[in-house]
Write a protein that binds this ligand. Structure first.
Ligand code: LMR
Length: 391
């Protein structure tokens, strides 16, 4: 049986981890996978997470199964963190193994309820979106998103493409901090997209993996909240990997907004899907998040540290834009300061990205996406000088 398998193409983002690890040059710089790092290159365990883990060790009496949907208190706390108050009666939700697990469950839910629905993806998008869709054999289409000339949004192209969405199609939108580009819709553009998708009878499907990394915890949820209020049905796949720094704990949630009288049936289907794929969602990370969000002091400390993280990335963006202006003697890269989140797509060719890796030991995804948090005050000028050399 197994001899029929063909080799799988390597995941472009995860492949960089191995390539970087085997590079012996001490000056190497890792701007690949989307993981936050402090100035020393460490991905720290956040203070509130450590405190919650300590407390959990003391109070946890059992590790028996939770429910198929995960811990109800976790689901309630995250629905509130993402949507604010007022959605409890419309929100069906399940814990998932990370944001990827939530995306996968959302896609299967779409497939179960409307196998003909096309899933629309921004071009470009996080490469795992099309990969899972292809694996599931679902119909899909792209909408224009990024303008390579300005490194901003191609809003005309986006609206023209979404004009062709059919009723019942699902449109995947990055709630904030677009991955891989770093370019985000303005509030006014969001309003126009919402009005268009309402007119089309589309189902918004929001991927929210970086809440708190762009303009702040509340602002980063603003578009998702507008969407939640505007549509009868919305899917939201969210991750705690980044904003709680608990990547390997696999802590995510899928929220399906529906009408109060359909909620129980939708909830039952979400639990069914969890059962088919992995039974119970991972608990440890979800429990830590719940403990933090239910404790005022821990919440305050977590928010303060998350804000430090965000400010650090904003500072690096500004510094990088300034250094690139100096090094290239042009404003070509000013967009880096305006982008938000962990990533910016620099607009370099694959050959230039390869030269940065081979000649300068600087690692980024081949589409020239960089993880801003992979930089620090000392490596920013190194990157800027290297870019100036290869362009
Ligand atoms: C990324 O885009 O680098 C992260 O979301 C990590 C991943 O799983 O790809």
């Amino acid at each position: 049986m197994l001899e029929t398998l063909n080799p799988q193409p390597q995941d472009k983002i995860l492949q960089l981890i191995t390539m970087y690890a085997s590079d012996v040059r001490p000056s190497k710089i890792d701007l690949g996978v989307g993981v936050y790092k402090d100035a020393t290159g460490l991905t720290p365990v956040m203070r509130a997470v450590k405190a919650a883990e300590k407390k959990l060790w003391e109070v946890e009496k059992t590790k028996t199964y939770t429910g198929l949907a995960g811990e109800p208190a976790y689901n309630a706390a995250l629905v509130k963190m993402i949507l604010g108050p007022g959605f409890a009666d419309r929100a069906a939700s399940v814990g998932t193994p990370g944001g990827t697990g939530a995306i996968r469950q959302a896609l299967e839910l779409i497939q179960m309820s409307n196998p003909k629905a096309k899933v629309w993806l921004s071009n470009p998008t996080w490469q795992n979106h099309p990969s899972i869709i292809k694996y599931l054999g679902m119909p899909t289409a792209d909408y224009r998103y990024f303008d390579v000339e300005t490194s901003g949004i191609d809003f005309e192209g986006l609206m023209a493409d979404l004009e062709t969405v059919a009723a019942g199609d699902a449109v995947l939108l990055h709630g904030c901090c677009h991955n891989p580009t770093g370019a985000n819709l303005t509030p006014d553009q969001w309003d126009q997209v919402i009005a268009l998708l309402q007119r089309k009878g589309a189902v918004p499907f929001v991927d929210l993996a970086y809440q708190g990394f762009g303009d702040g915890l509340e602002d980063d949820a603003a578009a998702t909240r507008k969407i939640a209020a505007a549509f009868p049905e919305v899917l939201i796949a969210a991750s705690c990997s980044k904003n709680f720094g608990i990547y390997r704990e696999r802590t995510g949630i899928l929220i399906a907004l529906t009408s109060p009288d359909r909620r129980a049936v939708v909830q039952g289907n979400l639990a069914f899907l969890n059962r088919q794929n992995f039974s119970f969602p991972p608990d440890h990370g979800a429990r830590l998040v719940t403990m933090i969000l239910e404790d005022e002091a821990l919440t305050a400390d977590w928010k303060a540290e998350l804000e430090e993280v965000r400010q650090n990335m904003l500072g690096l963006r500004k510094q990088l834009a300034d250094e690139l202006r100096r090094a290239t003697n042009s404003d070509r890269f000013d967009f880096v300061a305006h982008h938000r989140g962990m990533f910016s797509r620099l607009g370099l060719t694959e050959a230039q990205v390869a030269r940065l890796r081979e000649e300068h030991a600087i690692y980024m995804v081949s589409d020239s996406r960089i993880n801003i948090a992979g930089l620090n005050a000392k490596t920013v000028p190194v990157l800027a000088a290297a870019i100036a050399q290869v362009i």
